[in-house]
Design a protein around this ligand. Structure first.
Ligand code: HEM
Length: 504
């Protein structure tokens, strides 16, 4: 509501600006054939139709798709959103014309503060800088060999995770909050991979709280769409700069700690031999003649930690809801672990032998992709998609659920059934290279570089949770439903409170 009143005050003060911009807006693209879409209001376009539709955008997309087809345009103030919802069009954009649609759109002013003006893998425009940063992240940290090197950090984080669940259950008559614990465990692993140090629990909590403040700050604001409202957000802008300062201070302390270890390993003999930060310290980025500055290091380290935390932990919450909902699935997962691994704790090297677990993870990512929209793409130049014009300043939004629930591609797509992926069943190429059927990590040049690590962490955490406990819904909770909402990622509308019973 505060946003709305700011808007009305500002718009009455700025009628002349509106008229001027409106005329300019109409003149700008006289001959483009954009995809169809709802008629908008002058100047604000569809902004308020979307804001007051009574449904979040993630649900509204399905209605708009029925009305306008698999590709449609929404005009949100000065931004043009082109939403793509079909596997054919996503294939055309990300695979057939992959190079044309591999860029990212302009950042909002807030995001530019946190990304150091697009100096991150996820925000960089398609070009040499993005290539250098991405190559470094993949070879420096996310390759199969690097993943293996961090096996000890993963084992200790998983042991800590199970102990935390056990302690919480003992203190609360068996009740545990799934998302909070999963998030903490993933965050701890990513922190230790980024800085190569083991942190105390309260330190991890403090850093996590700071990162959450960052995520809250970068949520879209009305002036992202109507920039003339910028002056009305001066107070928020000051808050943004304060949060960025906090982020720089907190992360710089960790960077300095790692630097000291690299100078003299005796300071922390148990520190990891390698960390993501090490790969960044003297990184040569194409097109730049110096190594990343301190604020850029803070930004790149934060990207690594944040990219994998909410996505992975969200998946764990949906996973446990499905396991609780279907005792048969829980029994099959447990039986497979007992038969394949026995009594010792499951570790990441066991995952490839656990066939049913792998099928479960695929079905989880098909039915509950942690983000419904891929990261926003942009065309590098004026391009065609589905026969329509896509200007380079438009946001290309790829909607993932309508692909993984397409009845032309999947049998009983609404059913949650891991068995569909067991030998002889349906194909599950999640990279999109053999055709677009489900792409929870995106596809093509910008595909998520954390795909292997993300799926390993989900499989490992689910396995350890099922191995250690029997899972039920807490009796204080109403019947499980699978309603969703946006909270950075797509989380369960009602947080999952489980009742656990240790298995031994
Ligand atoms: C279940 C876990 C994860 C899911 C579902 C997921 C999903 C995604 C998606 C949908 C994209 C956008 C792809 C596109 O633009 O087309 C993406 C990009 C990205 N992800 Fe992930 N992600 C996960 C885990 C991770 C992890 C563990 C990391 C790193 C530690 C990571 C780092 C990134 C980065 C850096 C990008 C940007 C790539 C680029 O622009 O070139 N993600 N992810």
């Amino acid at each position: 509501m505060a946003d709305l009143s700011r808007f009305f005050v500002a718009s009455s003060l700025a009628v002349s600006v509106v008229v001027f911009l409106l005329l300019g807006f109409r003149r700008r693209r006289p001959s483009l054939k954009l995809p169809p879409g709802p008629a908008g209001w002058p100047f604000v376009g569809n902004l308020f139709q979307i804001a007051f539709a009574g449904k979040p955008m993630i649900h509204l997309v399905r209605d708009l798709r029925l009305r306008y087809g698999p590709i449609f345009t929404l005009r949100m103030g000065v931004r043009t959103l082109i939403v793509v919802t079909s596997p054919e069009l996503v294939h055309e954009a990300l695979i057939e014309k992959g190079q044309l649609f591999a860029s990212r759109p302009a950042e909002s002013t807030i995001r530019a503060v946190f990304s150091c003006d697009k100096f991150t893998v996820n925000s960089a425009v398609y070009g040499p800088e993005w290539r250098s940063l991405r190559r470094n992240m993949v070879s420096g940290m996310l390759s199969a060999s690097r993943l293996r090197e961090f096996h000890p950090a993963r084992v200790s984080a998983m042991d800590r995770f199970v102990q935390r669940l056990r302690a919480e259950a003992e203190a609360n008559g068996g009740a545990v909050w799934v998302l909070r614990n999963a998030r903490f465990a993933v965050f701890a692993i990513l922190l230790s991979m980024t800085f190569g140090v083991t942190l105390e629990e309260d330190e991890i909590v403090r850093i996590d709280e700071m990162m959450k403040r960052v995520l809250l700050c970068i949520s879209p604001r009305m002036d992202d769409y109507l920039p003339f409202l910028g002056p009305f957000y001066a107070k928020h802008q000051r808050k943004v700069l304060q949060v960025r300062k906090e982020q720089v201070e907190t992360v710089t302390a960790l960077i300095n700690r790692r630097r000291a270890i690299l100078n003299d390993r005796r300071i922390e003999p148990h520190a990891a031999p390698f960390s993501y930060l090490d790969s960044l310290l003297d990184l040569k980025v194409d097109g730049r003649d110096c190594a990343p500055s301190e604020p850029q290091l803070v930004t790149l380290c934060s990207e690594f930690i944040n990219g994998g935390t909410d996505t992975t932990s969200t998946a764990i919450e949906w996973a446990m809801a499905r396991i609780i909902d279907n005792p048969n699935i829980q029994a099959k997962l447990h039986e497979e672990i007992v038969a394949t691994v026995g009594d010792r704790p499951v570790d990441d090297r066991d995952i490839e032998k656990l066939t049913y677990l792998q099928a479960f993870v695929k079905e989880l990512l098909r039915k509950h992709p942690p983000t419904y929209f891929s990261l926003t793409h942009a065309a590098v130049e004026l391009a065609k998609l589905g026969g329509y014009d896509i200007p380079p300043d438009a946001n290309l939004e790829l909607f993932l659920p309508t692909i993984s629930e397409d009845p032309r591609l999947w049998s009983n797509p609404l059913e949650f059934n891991p068995d569909r992926f067991i030998t002889g069943g349906e194909a599950a190429d999640i990279t999109g290279s053999a055709g677009i059927r489900m792409i929870p990590f995106g596809a093509g040049r910008r595909i998520c570089p954390g795909l292997a690590m993300g799926t390993t962490h989900i499989g490992l955490m689910v396995a350890r949770m099922v191995q250690a406990f029997e899972w039920q819904l807490h009796p204080s909770e109403p019947k499980l439903d699978f309603m969703d909402k946006v909270e950075f990622t797509i989380v369960m509308k009602r947080r999952l409170l489980a009742l656990v019973k240790p298995r031994n």
